[in-house]
Design a protein. Sequence first.
Length: 100
Amino acid sequence: MDEAGILEHLFELARDAGMRVHIAGRGQIGADDLPLSSGVCRVRDQIFVVLSGAEPASVQIETLAGALREHAADFLKERHLPPAVRRLIDPEGWGDSTSA
């Protein structure tokens, strides 16, 4: 699975988990604007993931994977994930109860 496919799958998982995902900074950055970086925050019970359009897909993937790992672990344990996505979200195998 290529980066675009992984990113799209992570977007879908985040939305299904109830996270709000927004891509910011797709336009030209002005001289007075600070560069944007991707990040995750919680406001009350809502998780917001803001991805910087200026950052490479690999950074966006890691930001989404980290948000899902930290804030949606129980949701993910019940989901079938493609192996490439599972490795990003679940690098130590906590969600794989069937492995020997």
